[in-house]
Design a protein around this ligand. Structure first.
Ligand SMILES: [Zn+2]
Length: 306
């Protein structure tokens, strides 16, 4: 595991305009290999959410007791990190999700700076592969001028997920507080649509990249197994959405999931597999750089950061 944070901190202490260079990134990149795939997670910043957005549907007495063991309070805002995954393999430079861009929240939209710090220009990205169509994963496809940011890249999304957000009827059927997100998704898919290709559940969408339908967080959410020789890792997107309750209580419903029952079943299945196979997990909102292992712990699981 190679962490480039120190290079940033040392440039900061040397006073090389670092305040402008790294407005709030705790780290710029975190790299490891899956066979001959080079995997790097990049920070797009962090979300700020009211706790209710996650915790409202959970069993409240059990939740209060659990949060106390974690030193968390029920009412504090949540600030989950946003970790975009970059994979360099053969002649491909693949991004998993595009980050939030500039129109969503003030605390996100750092991906262009993180790519720049890594020396990767937007036009070098060959593929942008989406776990799902929520704002923090999709809205970064457009730049400040509403032009495609990764203009050379083939964009790829699961067929079920694309069809859901591209369908004008979704604006009428989605929960009212999510209408702005649905409208934002449709606008972006309409504008970048001719760069999109679609795939079905189970397909090897690129060499060594296998789509695995993990529907529930969103109607067509997809995770991706990176497989190369004997090595493997899984990009789970938001199928394991946090380290607040998802590992210790995978069965508790999570407010951010659109089908909470399906999402809980998917989460339990993924955690069992990741712990059994000891496969590295990369989670978009998991702590730190989002990379770690899943361990069985006290009748459930825990996240062990890399
Ligand atoms: Zn997300």
């Amino acid at each position: 595991m190679q962490i480039t944070r120190r290079a940033f901190l040392s440039s900061a202490s040397a006073g090389i305009g670092a305040a402008a260079l790294v407005p709030r990134m705790a780290w710029a990149g975190n790299s490891f290999n899956v066979g001959d795939m080079e995997v790097t997670t990049l920070s797009d910043g962090f979300l700020t959410q009211p706790a209710d957005f996650m915790f409202a549907p959970m069993p409240q007495d059990d939740l209060a007791a659990f949060l106390e063991t974690r030193g968390m309070t029920r009412d504090a805002n949540l600030t989950p990190p946003c970790n975009v995954t970059l994979v360099r393999h053969e002649d491909r430079v693949i991004l998993f999700d595009a980050g939030s861009g500039t129109g969503f929240l003030d605390t996100v939209g750092d991906l262009p700076d993180a790519l720049d710090a890594l020396g990767v220009a937007p036009d070098e990205i060959t593929h942008v592969v989406f776990t799902h169509g929520h704002a923090d994963h999709l809205w970064g496809v457009l730049d400040d001028f509403d032009e495609p940011f990764f203009y050379n890249a083939q964009h790829m999304m699961g067929r079920v997920e694309f069809d859901y957000w591209a369908d004008p009827a979704t604006l009428d059927t989605i929960a009212e507080d999510r209408v702005p997100m649905a409208a934002g998704a449709k606008r972006r898919l309409d504008m970048v649509g001719d760069q999109f290709a679609f795939f079905e559940d189970g397909a090897e969408i690129l060499p060594g990249v296998i789509a695995r339908g993990t529907f529930g967080h969103s109607p067509g959410h997809v995770s991706f197994v990176l497989a190369n020789g004997d090595a493997a890792a899984m990009v789970v997107g938001d199928a394991i959405i946090n380290d607040h309750t998802a590992f210790a209580h995978p069965d508790w419903p999570i407010g951010a999931d659109s089908d909470r029952e399906a999402a809980a079943m998917v989460r339990a299945g993924l955690l069992d597999q990741l712990a059994t196979d000891r496969m590295t997990v990369i989670g978009f909102h998991l702590p730190g750089s989002g990379v770690g292992q899943v361990e069985r712990f006290e009748g459930a699981y825990r996240f062990v950061p890399a």
